[in-house]
Design a protein around this ligand. Structure first.
Ligand SMILES: [Zn+2]
Length: 75
């Protein structure tokens, strides 16, 4: 898959860090599986993984967490 940002790099399986803010809860997820551009570093996260991220953010919000850093596998 070619990168749509730089239109040059090739995207390969890798890991990225995703930051999501939801109603005052800031969640930082590390080790998120994504396709990462070898040229510019842009990360593409699948819909399935995005759902997981949103679920983790909603959970953190319910726990009234203001800011949290988690590993994706443990989220
Ligand atoms: Zn790129």
């Amino acid at each position: 898959m070619k990168c749509v940002v730089c239109k040059y790099g090739e995207c390969t399986e890798g890991k990225t860090t995703v930051t999501i803010e939801k109603e005052g809860t800031l969640l930082i997820l590390r080790g998120v599986p994504a396709k990462v551009c070898q040229n510019c570093g842009e990360a593409y996260v699948s819909g399935e993984v995005t759902e997981e991220i949103l679920r983790a953010a909603a959970e953190a919000r319910q726990q009234h967490i203001e800011i949290d850093v988690r590993h994706f596998d443990a989220a």
